[in-house]
Design a binder for this molecule. Structure first.
Ligand SMILES: C=CC1=C(C)c2cc3[nH]c(cc4nc(cc5[nH]c(cc1n2)c(C)c5CCC(=O)O)C(CCC(=O)O)=C4C)c(C)c3C=C
Ligand SMILES: [Fe+2]
Length: 324
């Protein structure tokens, strides 16, 4: 029997400063993120960056946290729902895990083994359509590291980045269509990355080339919904330095109203579950900047989350990518 593990980046346990600081510290200790050596990353992350940035991040998390009882991080909420839908409709034992923090990969293995003692194969689905060393690569490495720490009676299969898979493109298009009426332009927003990291991927080839892959997604999406690429803009969010991919969403979006584009819809195809980077950076901050700069309408297109079309698409991507 097969099992399924959906893996994402992570999120703080609560919006309290200590939890946010712990999460940022754990995340930035990963040498694949900022590119420093292991000890320097951990030292800088826990002693400098996390303590300095936790207060500001905490306020952003408070704005986007879901108000259910108990209150919950949006990314966790949407991933749990997606896993439940997949388990129910596809009859496959499914768990979620985060690269940093909880639910951990190790505990997800344990839960799957308990749920399904006869599991012979675990399909690992990194929830990133586009390859990056700070997402896909670190998830694959960490799942492997945890797997080889003890004996298991199942094997692992990884789903590759699926930036051009027809089911992903179709799901994006179906999800976005209702939001595209009465806007002048479509804004694609993706997570920025250090240019140095992007260049390494580009040198390895298309399978590792973040910018090539996201531009392919944009092209195929436009083809599917019947709009011209020339009627779209590409921005990068969440940059943490000068030498990161640009134009920057939190700066350059203010140019659009001045150029005459006053009604836009914003889509974030790199994020499959809504989270701080979509709900704050795009739906909150970019909206505010755009409107203050003279914009008239800013339509935020939610992530695919646990929509039925995405549940079906995940299954199709898995079925096409994994020999059964
Ligand atoms: C496409 C997805 C993502 C890429 C690429 C990515 C790169 C990247 N991120 C950081 C630093 C931080 N990321 C944080 C949170 C966070 N990042 C992603 C996705 C990508 N990151 C997600 C889904 C989340 C979780 C958000 C949530 O809702 O909890 C954080 C913590 C939050 C904050 O303070 O901003 C940090 C820090 C780097 C350095 C990087 C590439 C080098
Ligand atoms: Fe991130």
């Amino acid at each position: 029997m097969q099992g399924l593990l959906l893996v994402n980046v992570g999120t703080p346990a609560t919006t309290h400063k200590a939890d946010v600081q712990q999460f940022i510290g754990d995340m930035l200790s990963d040498p694949l993120l900022l590119g420093y050596s292991e000890w320097l990353s951990a030292f800088l992350a826990h002693n400098l960056i996390a303590p300095l940035s936790a207060s500001q991040s905490k306020e952003k998390y408070k704005l986007i946290w879901r108000k259910e009882t108990p209150e919950i991080s949006p990314i966790l909420y949407h991933m749990r729902n997606l896993a439940n839908q997949l388990e129910k409709t596809k009859n496959i034992p499914t768990e979620i895990a985060m690269r940093y923090g909880e639910p951990s990969i190790e505990n997800a293995f344990k839960r799957l083994e308990e749920k399904c003692p006869l599991m012979h194969e675990l399909i690992v689905f990194p929830m990133f359509p586009h390859y990056a060393q700070s997402t896909t690569q670190t998830v694959v490495n960490e799942v492997g590291r945890i797997f080889y720490r003890r004996a298991h009676s199942f094997r692992l299969k990884f789903v590759e980045p699926f930036y051009n898979h027809p089911a992903y493109i179709q799901a994006l298009a179906m999800n976005a269509r209702p939001y595209l009426d009465d806007v002048d332009r479509l804004v694609f927003s993706y997570h920025s990355l250090p240019v140095k990291q992007v260049k390494v991927g580009w040198e390895k080839g298309k399978d590792f080339d973040y910018v090539y892959q996201l531009k392919e997604t944009n092209r195929l999406f436009c083809e599917n919904v019947g709009i011209s690429l020339h009627d779209t803009f590409l921005f990068y969010s969440s940059q943490r330095g000068k030498n990161w991919l640009r134009p920057f969403l939190d700066k350059d979006i203010t140019d659009l109203p001045r150029q005459g584009w006053k009604k836009v819809a914003a889509i974030t195809p790199g994020f499959l579950s809504d989270n701080m980077e979509t709900l704050y950076d795009v739906d909150w901050e970019a909206r505010q900047l755009f409107m203050e700069a003279g914009g008239e309408k800013f339509v935020f297109i939610p992530s695919l989350n646990d929509t039925p079309v995405w549940v079906e698409a995940v299954w199709k991507i898995i079925s096409d990518g994994i020999r059964r």
